[in-house]
Design a protein around this ligand. Structure first.
Ligand code: DC
Length: 240
């Protein structure tokens, strides 16, 4: 599909990186600044995890998971400038981000080849005009290896844990810094070491360490790179 895709009419910005690196908020802001479609691919894996948990299928039950993939309808719908995730016809977008438990299960499910294959075309189908900013773990390496511009967003585990802890405490969850840091380490380890489409930086991805950067600095940095990649750097008022 990627060979035939016209990246001139529908550029693709791929953003990968570990959990808690700020990919979602950054990707959403970059898409808004550039007038492109935004898509969070973690939510697709989370939607499947939600269903697996609901129907009580364990990650170890490969046959059950394979059957579940076949009978589950997961996709995006573009509503009010945002790509929302639908699970069997229901909008589940707002249910997916909050839970660390769903994130954990999504990470375990995402190591299975059948799961990744089932979700690949859903992701690729979003590449249409005016273009797409998509974030995840394998966007620049597997989903869109020919993406127009690729980024790998990173931050130290302490910084990522600190940011996540702040979000969780604001939501009233009762967790400690060490618990959050440990969960992130475990998730990184699994996402980086799985056999199929592991998290890794694409050779041609721009590496951005956000540890000591403000949110605006990160967004400006990415927008500047994308504008240069698209050949209209003169429009970039940020100077990055
Ligand atoms: O980005 P997130 O935390 O919502 O993602 C949840 C899990 O889904 C993540 O730990 C690994 C998996 N995932 C993936 O394997 N590939 C993607 N492109 C996005 C997410």
């Amino acid at each position: 599909m990627t060979d035939a895709h016209d990246y001139k009419d529908a550029p693709v910005v791929a953003i990968d990186g570990p959990a808690g690196a700020g990919k979602s908020t950054v990707a959403r802001a970059v898409a808004k600044r550039l007038g492109l479609i935004y898509a969070d691919t973690g939510k697709l894996y989370r939607a499947l995890a939600l269903k697996a948990a609901d129907v009580g299928i364990s990650v170890d039950d490969k046959t059950g998971i394979e059957a579940l993939c076949g009978e589950t309808d997961i996709g995006y719908r573009y509503i009010d400038g945002e790509s929302r995730v639908f699970l069997d016809g229901a909008d589940v977008t707002d249910k997916l981000a909050a839970s660390e438990k769903v994130g954990e299960l999504a990470s375990a499910l995402s190591a299975l080849a059948e799961v990744r294959t089932a979700l690949l075309e859903v992701q690729r189908s979003l590449a249409r005009p005016p273009g797409l900013v998509m974030e995840g773990r394998d966007i620049g390496t597997v989903v869109f290896p020919d993406a127009t511009v690729k980024f790998y967003l990173d931050a130290s585990v302490e910084e990522r844990a600190g940011r996540r802890l702040k979000d969780l405490l604001a939501k009233g969850e009762n967790v400690t810094f060490e618990e959050v840091a440990e969960q992130l380490r475990a998730r990184d380890e699994r996402d980086r070491n799985r056999k199929v489409a592991p998290l890794r930086r694409a050779d041609d991805a721009v590496y951005v360490d956000t540890t000591d950067m403000s949110f605006d600095e990160v967004v400006n940095c990415l927008v500047g790179h994308v504008k240069r990649g698209l050949g209209n750097a003169e429009d970039d008022e940020t100077g990055h």
